[in-house]
Design a protein around this ligand. Structure first.
Ligand code: ADP
Length: 152
């Protein structure tokens, strides 16, 4: 049975922190689907098409990494794609508390799906998409925050 993981998030835009998690996890799973969650009440800065394009470009040399988008519950998207693992990154204790709730509720809903966590590389701990958007809006240098394939 092939081990399929989904890596859900908004990726608005994808950052070096996300990239590091996916690349490190690529050898642990047969396939990773970077899954852009589309939430109609959460307005994104960058279009879904752009976010997808950037992710596809970043992982173009990784045969087992794909990008898709989904609406609704992550657990339902797992069922649809036969994924038995949800991959998440952990930066801080705040991430842990947030992830604990989501992960435990997902487990209550489907015990066949496990959430797997990787610790962030220390240098990427402060990076999140909202800081990237802020630096972008104010014309700052993004080279240490996002991969070169993301051309904003
Ligand atoms: P959302 O925008 O839906 O909150 P994120 O893009 O913030 O989603 O997060 C998606 C996943 O990526 C989460 O598991 C999050 O912990 C992880 N992540 C985000 N930034 C980093 C980072 N700098 N290092 C490691 N993991 C990260």
């Amino acid at each position: 049975m092939s081990k399929i993981a989904i890596f859900p998030g908004s990726f608005d835009p994808i950052t070096l922190g996300h990239v590091s998690i996916v690349k490190r996890a690529a050898s642990l799973f047969d396939k990773i689907i970077v899954a852009i969650g589309v939430n109609s009440s959460k307005k994104s800065m960058f279009s879904l098409e752009k976010r997808k394009e950037w992710i596809a470009e970043v992982f173009k040399d990784y045969d087992n990494v794909e990008v898709e988008s989904y609406t609704g519950l992550t657990i339902d998207f797992c069922k649809k794609t036969d994924a038995k693992y949800i991959l998440r990154g952990l930066r801080t204790a705040a991430d842990f508390e947030f992830e604990r709730g989501i992960g435990q509720v997902n487990f209550m809903m489907d015990e066949d799906i496990e959430t797997v966590f990787l610790l962030t590389e220390a240098k990427y701990t402060p990076i999140n998409s909202s800081i990237v958007r802020d630096v972008y809006k104010n014309g700052g240098d993004l080279s240490k925050l996002i991969p070169p394939e993301v051309i904003l």
